[in-house]
Design a protein around this ligand. Structure first.
Ligand code: E4P
Length: 217
């Protein structure tokens, strides 16, 4: 499973990139709004930094024609822009058209296996099931990952599954086990994933032993 970072914050993207684990970036209108910057300018900054991995940029229009128009404009920013489209009938029309143009697409706000299957059949490069938001309403987001992975496997669909709306480390482990190709994670979670109390205790002990030996010699 690969990692994308789910943010429009440039410093966070830079740091995640430095860690060497980053295969892409996802943004959404809420994340961009939080930054208070021009959307296209920010995408230019992100794609100047992330030149190879996918950078998802979401359309705002709700009709297919508008989504296609916006998607084509977004795709002009850089060759690694993936156009993020909401999971609706209009969204699927846009996916068909944009993928026909050779533009990568990410169908977002996926909450059921049928939605994922439709998105894959429309030609989506990625589907994004939202684990955390399903958990929030008492459903099991991780079960959805297993179901989608099985369906894509049985029917040999090559659309990649991005586990999205990830909230905690266990989501990451389980998404990997259940066949997600990618987890898009908040920046703060990357630090959390590096942590284990025994790692900290081990570092302290190594250092204490080293200092003791070097003081006495
Ligand atoms: C993914 O592409 C979405 O931007 C994101 O994962 C949504 O996460 P949230 O439910 O924490 O807002």
């Amino acid at each position: 499973m690969k990692f994308f970072v789910d943010t429009a914050n440039l410093d966070d993207i830079k740091e995640a990139h430095e860690v060497g684990i980053l295969s892409g970036v996802t943004t959404n209108p809420s994340l961009v709004a939080k930054e208070g910057v021009d959307f296209h300018d920010r995408l230019r900054e992100i794609t100047a930094l992330i030149t190879e991995g996918s950078v998802s940029a979401e359309v705002i229009a709700l009709d297919a024609e508008g989504m296609i128009r916006e998607g084509r404009e977004l795709a002009k920013i850089a060759p690694n822009i993936t156009v993020k489209v909401p999971m609706t009938l209009e969204g699927l029309k846009a996916v068909k058209s944009l993928s026909g143009d050779g533009i990568e697409t990410n169908v977002t706000l996926v909450f059921s296996a049928n939605q994922a299957l439709l998105a894959a059949r429309a030609g989506a490069t990625y589907v994004s099931p939202f684990l955390g938001r399903l958990d929030d309403i008492g459903h099991d987001g991780l079960d959805l990952i297993s179901t989608i992975a099985e369906i894509f496997d049985v029917h040999m669909l090559d659309t990649q599954i991005i586990a999205a709306s990830i909230r905690h480390p266990q989501h990451v482990t389980e998404a990997a086990l259940r066949g997600a190709h990618i987890a898009t994670v908040p920046f703060s979670l990357i630090g959390q994933l590096t942590k284990h109390p025994l790692t900290d205790v081990g570092i302290e002990k190594f250092l204490a032993d080293w200092n003791k030996a070097n003081q006495s010699s």
